[in-house]
Write a protein that binds this ligand. Structure first.
Ligand code: HEM
Length: 511
């Protein structure tokens, strides 16, 4: 064929057809699996759901319509079956993170987006040591100090901005949970809080390279944009190099956010590794432990890898906690009777003159733990199915009546499994903390807010400590009323995030 301008569209069409048809034809074993609209032929269906911030919901709807096993992309099958959790995420089969995670790489691969098993084990060994029981005990002081500033600010707001008619000050609670979580993780992972609580504002210092002068960026916003664009491009990672040419600000602004976020880590870690700072350091935070960590050959992390790991902690440990805290507040205040019960158990456990309780005071309060777990179930901060690929050389795997082969991508959608009536009963859509009193073995295994297996959340113990003291402080000291008509709206990037929570706030008088 002679190459002319006229046949460019035909060549392009041919390439496109090959791009989509080859994977389709190669995967005869998946053809019997139902799929929504064009999802069996193209990744664009999933990409579009992610671009609209509702992937978890569209996948949930697809399961309601087609059953437990649904093809959500030519090579990706979603399995809403709790029996599949251990097969896909457990240690046994050695499934790897899929190419979805390539879209999340900045600076270099960190613990979260490393796909190679040996490389992941090496990093995980160094980072796990950072989260030992002893280290976590040392982290409490930083969590406590930031919570004290949070209480000071909320107490001030409830006094100065109280509406004389209602006695409540109106706030968006989500903003404050973001400031709190970012300041805590800034303190832990970078050696100092960002100062968001003190300023009552979303602001952080960043530098593109160690020698450049600092700029100030809205870190919460940057993290949101970055999560949304990466989770969208992750549905078609081949698009990432071209994304800057897509005439949609979502992509251009999201890609700029990825750079800005890396800049925040560069600025902070660089300061901390200066020999004069190291020599005088007395801090026992996450960064100090990362700087000390060694792999099995006795090697420490180099500067770039250290920066990438500190950035990983910032990303993984900030809006996960703030979104969950906000969802806990929402579900507790909208469900009659919950706040009263919570206050009773908190008052029994926390002395009257204590504003911010210690972890030791609250860690064994069963009802407090139940409201946290129940929110993590019904809200599902990590809502989407986390994509895993069957590695080359692996034998075929039987799951939910289907056989899968090396190269296939599988996931279990947390939101759908967390709301399954078959697992949780007819009240699965309701917020019932008491269900945690007698959890069945099946329900325990189907509860996966931190995922499961070798890639499960490494910061789970820190997150649980944070949530326990945050929720105990908030309900011990303050009273709330919902000031928005509609339900709390959410949008999904990598996480399911509330878009805001308008509440009235006032200081509680404890009798
Ligand atoms: C409520 C709070 C949190 C939730 C719901 C949560 C949830 C999760 C989930 C579902 C994963 C698996 C992600 C995947 O497979 O793609 C994960 C991984 C991870 N989390 Fe968390 N997380 C929370 C808090 C934290 C905190 C506070 C830290 C650190 C200080 C942290 C650090 C990490 C890291 C580094 C990974 C990657 C682990 C690996 O791949 O080996 N997380 N988290």
């Amino acid at each position: 064929m002679i190459f002319t301008l006229y046949n460019v569209p035909f060549i392009a069409l041919g390439l496109l057809a090959t791009y989509y048809l080859v994977p389709y034809l190669q995967s005869a074993h998946k053809r019997a699996i139902p799929s929504p609209s064009l999802a069996a032929f193209t990744n664009l269906w999933l990409l579009l759901q992610a671009r609209q911030g509702k992937r978890f919901l569209s996948v949930d709807e697809a399961h309601n319509k087609y059953g437990k096993v649904v093809r959500i992309a030519p090579n990706h099958v979603s399995i809403a079956d709790d029996n599949a959790i251990n097969v896909i995420y457990g240690h046994g089969n050695g499934f790897l993170k899929a190419d979805f995670y390539d879209a999340f790489v900045s600076i270099r691969r960190g613990l979260f987006n490393t796909r190679n098993r040996a490389e992941h084990s090496r990093k995980r060994k160094i980072v796990s040591h950072t989260f030992s029981a002893k280290s976590i005990g040392q982290f409490e002081q930083y969590i406590h100090a930031n919570l004290e500033i949070f209480v000071e600010q909320w107490s001030k707001l409830s006094k100065l901005e109280a509406n004389p008619k209602t006695g409540y000050a109106s706030i968006d609670a989500l903003n404050w949970f973001n400031y709190l979580a970012f300041d805590i993780i800034g303190d832990l992972a970078f050696g100092a809080p960002f100062g968001m609580l003190k300023n009552g504002k979303d602001i952080a210092e960043m530098r593109k390279s160690p020698d450049e002068p600092p700029k100030y960026v809205a870190a919460v916003e940057v993290l949101n944009r970055r999560g949304e664009v990466s989770a969208t491009l992750g549905c078609l990672p081949a698009l990432k190099p071209w994304a800057k040419y897509i005439p949609d600000r979502f992509f251009t602004e999201g890609l700029a956010a990825v750079e800005n976020l890396a800049g925040i880590a560069i600025a902070r870690v660089n300061e901390r590794v200066k020999p004069e700072v190291v020599a005088q350091n007395t801090r026992v935070d996450l960064l100090a432990h990362l700087m000390e960590g060694r792999d099995e050959t006795g090697e420490k992390l180099g500067l770039e890898e250290l920066t990438a790991e500190a950035l990983t902690q910032l990303i993984a440990g900030s809006d996960t906690t703030s979104n969950t805290s906000c969802a806990i507040l929402y579900w507790c205040i909208r469900t009659p009777g919950v706040v009263e019960k919570l206050r009773k158990v908190l008052d029994d456990a926390i002395p009257k003159d204590v504003e911010v309780p210690s972890f030791a005071m609250v860690k064994d309060i069963a009802y407090l733990q139940w409201v946290i777990s129940e929110t993590m179930r019904i809200h599902s901060t990590s809502a989407m199915g986390l994509a895993r690929q069957i590695p080359e050389g692996s034998p075929p795997v039987e799951i939910s009546g289907h056989t899968f082969y090396p190269g296939d991508i599988l996931s279990v959608p947390s939101y759908t499994v967390h709301r399954s009536k078959e697992i949780w009963g007819s009240d699965a859509e309701e917020f019932v903390p008491e269900r945690w009193e007698n959890l069945s073995v099946r329900q325990k295994a189907a509860f996966i807010p931190f995922s499961h297996g070798p890639r499960a959340c490494v910061g789970r113990n820190v997150a649980e400590m944070e949530l326990l003291v945050i929720v105990a402080t908030v309900f011990g000291l303050f009273e709330f009323q919902i000031e928005q008509e509609e339900e709390m709206q959410t949008r999904e990037g990598f996480l399911r995030k509330p878009l805001g929570l308008q509440v009235g706030l006032r200081r509680r008088v404890r009798v």
